[in-house]
Design a protein around this ligand. Structure first.
Ligand code: AMP
Length: 178
């Protein structure tokens, strides 16, 4: 439910392209100007949550690290809990881990074993969908705990990387597509 006249184009204008960060050839999508603008930040959270009423989601799961920012705000708005999926080695308690492929090598994400109740209704959120490996691994962790993913939301989608192919079967929402 959105109470704002803000459009995804307003958000798109604020996203800053940083060439060759963190390495040559990568166009980094810098969302800090969106966060710094109260109207854009609130509008982005409204758009990410617009399919859901407060109380209809049990937990918003955010992906380390920029996903946390939007997921936490969405959780408060939806009167849901917030659950972090973190890079391996950061969570203090017992975890489940999931490996996924990077361009070179692999990475691992983790979730606390008791972070979600079986059957709980989850909105999964990250800032950006690139190849989809990170979100697919996070989705596997959520499902390992027996929770149900209602939707996966991203501020940005790099559609030329075909990340959706790794997320077949999940409703996907992205606000700004390149
Ligand atoms: P992937 O697993 O390839 O979909 O990568 C998604 C993760 O990497 C997200 O958590 C993003 O924050 C980060 N990421 C990948 N590419 C970019 C980019 N061009 N700009 C900013 N963040 C990126």
């Amino acid at each position: 439910m959105s109470h704002t006249s803000l459009s995804p184009a307003d958000i798109a204008h604020a996203i800053r392209n940083v060439p060759d960060f963190p390495k040559p050839g990568i166009q980094f999508k810098d969302i800090t100007p969106v966060l710094a603008d109260a109207r854009l930040f609130a509008g982005a959270v409204d758009l990410l949550t617009q399919n859901f009423k407060p109380g209809s989601v049990d937990a918003v799961v955010g992906i380390d690290a920029r996903g946390f920012i939007f997921a936490a705000a969405a959780a408060v708005k939806l009167q849901a809990g917030f659950v972090p999926v973190r890079k391996k080695g950061k969570l203090p308690y017992k975890t489940h881990e999931q490996d996924y492929a990077l361009e070179y090598g692999t990475a691992t994400v983790a979730i606390h074993v008791d972070a979600l109740k079986p059957g709980s209704r989850v909105l999964l959120v990250d800032d950006l969908l690139a190849t989809g490996g990170t979100a697919a691994a996070a989705a596997q962790l959520v499902e390992k705990l027996g929770a149900n993913i209602l939707e996966i939301g991203f501020l940005i989608e790099l559609s030329f990387l075909n990340g959706r192919d790794k997320l077949k079967g999940y409703p996907i929402r992205s606000l700004v597509t390149y």
